[in-house]
Design a protein around this ligand. Structure first.
Ligand code: HEM
Length: 429
């Protein structure tokens, strides 16, 4: 695998970096990334990105002035060039730069940060407790669908002031839309994702109009002054930041909460340690986010040729800064393939939330949700068991967990109750 010093092709693709098909990466991401990371600083993926693998490079490039945030390039690469989903890519805070980015981020940063620090932890604790109280008598649940999904969805509904009855609808739209932000995206998914985007945008438009008529004590009402209805393009852009919060805050934390629970249950002595000592919770959250991140990379665009350990990231390349790889880099973490909630070598700024002016706006909220989600589980269900091992799919961007069936003793539907119950075959219906 020779490192490249060659200039870019007109499309911005380096010509002789090792190319790794996505399918190969998806099949066994950690092993494939480790093999390449030891040999070269970057690889090319067959969907048009250059993936940066080493911790030092990811940490530096995130704020390097020779890079900028990508805008609509990834969408266009996937053939998304018009329609509601494209409008999301075109107008979201995440995919913008300079003055436009500041204009989009400032209002939500102000109101959102205030709401988070002001009052959320106890309310999120109550949400987690209420969800578990609902499921506890059954003795089993799909932790992903029954707990990890509704907790962040209800939290964002609470913050934005959305009615609880709307949660199933808007989460279904968000999950369909955010498929476009995963590495497993296929063009066949476009119609559903585009339709979901249309509905979510319409939903937020209606909510804003409703709050304009009758403001309340919620984030949408607080954002009304930043939405200039006399300028339709500016108003659409401002509303898109509400959509961005809903999209960014639902799927990521859903996956992260399922992953951290699955990892802890697979490392039973560490699960039991957290059950005994709540002081270990923040370390457990940080380690789960490192070991098996819910977001495996974030994008940047190379503005000029960037030399990297003998290779060159060519001007015009779409970069995928692989946190999935960087957070297993032995140059940064001791024994990176060991899951250890007592690890003391996490950098001050956890890499999973990106960096610079685009650093995740929801980090504080995500940490509260993950911490309170874990606290409630260890308090109420210390005997929790996985019925199947955790599987995480995806090698970049938002990653996926499809299910995490779990059970605990004492409930009517627990694995234990099922084993001791009389055979059901032949029971009268
Ligand atoms: C475990 C959960 C989460 C992870 C791993 C995560 C990760 C990330 C990453 C990697 C970025 C891009 C950073 C960059 O390009 O440098 C980002 C941006 C963002 N995140 Fe999160 N996020 C999570 C949860 C949330 C939540 C709960 C919210 C809000 C409700 C949120 C809102 C945002 C927003 C608005 C941006 C765009 C910021 C900007 O471009 O200025 N995220 N997040």
């Amino acid at each position: 695998m020779a490192a490249s010093t060659q200039a870019a092709t007109p499309e911005g693709m380096p010509t002789d970096l090792a190319t790794v098909p996505r399918a190969v990466l998806e099949a066994d991401p950690h092993a494939v990334l480790a093999r390449h990371r030891a040999a070269v600083p970057c690889i090319r993926t067959d969907d048009g990105a250059v993936m940066v693998l080493r911790a030092r490079d990811v940490q530096a490039l995130v704020t390097d002035p020779r890079t900028r945030q990508v805008e609509t390039e990834f969408a266009r690469l996937r053939g998304i060039t018009a329609g509601p989903l494209f409008e999301f890519f075109r107008q979201t805070v995440l995919l913008s730069n300079g003055e436009v980015h500041r204009r989009r981020r400032a209002p939500i940063a102000r109101t959102f940060a205030f709401q988070v620090v002001a009052s959320l932890r106890p309310r999120i604790r109550d949400l987690a407790e209420a969800l578990l109280a609902e499921h506890q008598p059954r003795g089993r649940m799909d932790l992903l669908a029954d707990y990890a999904a509704p907790l962040p969805a209800r939290a964002i509904a609470l913050i934005l002031g959305l009615p609880a009855r709307d949660v199933p609808d808007f989460t279904a739209w968000v999950y369909a839309m955010s498929r476009a932000l995963t590495s497993a995206w296929t063009p066949a998914e476009y119609p559903e994702a585009d339709e979901a985007a249309r509905r979510l945008l319409g939903y937020v438009e209606d909510l804003v109009a409703e709050r304009r008529r009758a403001p309340r004590d919620d984030l949408i009402s607080a954002l009304l002054p930043s939405i200039d209805e006399d300028d339709p393009e500016a108003a659409a852009e401002a509303r898109m930041q509400i959509v961005s919060l809903i999209v960014a805050g639902s799927d990521t934390t859903r996956a992260a909460l399922a992953i951290q629970t699955g990892l802890l249950l697979a490392h039973r002595s560490q699960w039991e340690a957290v059950c005994r000592d709540e002081g270990l919770i923040p370390g457990a959250v940080a380690e789960a986010l490192r070991f098996e991140p819910a977001v495996g990379s974030f994008p940047r665009f190379a503005l000029s040729d960037i030399p990297l350990d003998g290779a060159v990231l060519p001007a015009g390349a779409l970069l995928s800064l692989s946190t999935l790889s960087a957070m297993r880099d032995p140059a940064l973490y001791a024994d990176p393939d060991v899951f250890d909630i007592r690890r003391t070598d996490h950098p001050r700024w956890h890499m999973v939330f990106g960096g610079g002016v685009h650093r995740c706006l929801g980090e504080a909220l995500a940490r509260i949700e993950l911490e309170e989600g874990l606290r409630a589980l260890t308090r109420r269900l210390p005997d929790l068991r996985p019925d199947r091992p955790l599987t995480v799919r995806g090698s970049a961007a938002i990653r996926r967990v499809d299910e995490l069936p779990v059970s605990w003793p004492g409930g009517e539907g627990s694995a234990e109750a099922e084993r001791s119950a009389p055979a059901r075959a032949g029971w009268p219906m």
